[in-house]
Design a binder for this molecule. Structure first.
Ligand code: AKB
Length: 340
């Protein structure tokens, strides 16, 4: 029997950089699909790379039907800040693209007579707090609290969650193979491999990358803004744990995860403790501030811990000292040597 095959859409994005090697390590053949050319360093983990948009419906269908993946990690998305600027594109990619992919995965499942596991990164953006007072008093939100998004990306992701859960349940009831949909609402993610773009939790990673590069940084949210975060290795570990969990252990198809929840000011203080000369200012940008003000200060991840053993390794201190700063110092020292 050949190796199981996983398809990763949006593979060249932030999560793909750690997910592809992790899937390879776990014995998967990996097919990567992305709008951009997949980086050579990543392509070596793949049996095929496909340069296409998730909206190239024929190409997506061809890849799924030809490669017959047992698992699909659907990472392709337009993130929250970009989605507010371009809601039509966000709807096309996040809603139409997902709908078509899920339908094609279902078609493949029926043909192969076995389910296709669909792993879907959702987001804290699906929450919608009406005002700051409610955000402060609500504390850590459970999966069912305030799930009424106030911005485009959150609306798109909430629909994706509901669509996936609906399709899974429908095939379970009918006894026909279909998609086995599993989703994580990720908090802000911080990677040493990549700098994010298009998101609204980006201020956290941007501040850290800027400090290591010795660049001044103006943070686009207020100092008292609080959001949950997680490092990318912990996020990938969570995704793989959920993917591998026996179905009978799962009590929902959509889980919260988190690792630490600092204010932007606490981020700055942790960075200043390590880089006393770092120049970090605050200059809140109204549209982006409104987005994060509607997101929760924290989420309750107890269901993920109980059902499939969520166990993030990095709190903020360990994220900086054990993962981000050593890797970023190496990365920017190498970049500095290359450009000098
Ligand atoms: C974004 O800021 O849009 C993402 C997210 C929290 O889903 N990082």
């Amino acid at each position: 029997m050949g190796k199981p095959l996983a398809l990763v859409t949006g593979a060249e994005g932030e999560m793909g950089h750690l997910l592809l090697p992790a899937l390879d390590d776990r014995g998967f053949d990996v097919v990567a699909l992305d709008l951009a050319t997949v980086d050579e360093a990543l392509a070596r983990y793949c049996v095929e790379t496909v340069r296409a948009s998730i909206l190239d419906l024929e190409v997506v269908r061809d890849v799924v039907m030809r490669r017959r993946p047992v698992a699909i990690y659907h990472l392709a998305a337009v993130l929250s800040s970009k989605a507010e600027q371009n809601p039509t594109l966000a709807h096309d990619v996040n809603v139409q693209g997902s709908f078509h992919l899920f339908r094609t995965a279902e078609e493949s499942a029926r043909r192969e007579r076995r389910p296709v596991r669909v792993l879907y990164p959702s987001s804290i953006a699906i929450y919608g707090l009406p005002d700051l007072e409610t955000k402060r008093s609500a504390g850590a939100l459970g999966e069912g609290d305030f799930a009424e998004p106030r911005a485009m990306y959150g609306c798109n992701k909430r629909y994706g969650e509901m669509l996936g859960a609906y399709m899974s349940e429908r095939s379970r009831r009918s006894g026909e193979p279909g998609i086995d949909f599993r989703s994580i609402r990720f908090p802000g993610l911080i990677s040493a491999e990549t700098v994010p773009s298009g998101g609204t939790s980006d201020y956290g990673p941007e501040m850290i990358h800027a400090a290591v590069r010795a660049d001044p940084y103006t943070c686009f949210v207020r100092e008292d803004t609080r959001l949950p975060f997680m490092t990318m290795p912990d996020a990938v570990d969570a995704f793989l744990r959920l993917s591998e969990a026996p179905a009978e252990r799962l009590t929902t198809r959509v889980y919260n995860v988190r690792a630490f929840a600092p204010t932007a000011g606490e981020f700055r203080d942790a960075i200043l403790a390590r880089f006393p000369g770092a120049e970090i200012r605050f200059g809140s940008v109204r549209e982006r501030q409104a987005i994060v003000d509607s997101w929760p200060a924290d989420v309750d991840d107890s269901r993920a811990r109980r059902d499939w053993g969520l166990a993030p390794q990095h709190d903020l201190e360990r994220a900086l000292d054990d993962y981000l700063l050593p890797a970023l110092r190496r990365r920017y020292a190498v970049a500095g040597r290359r450009s000098s």
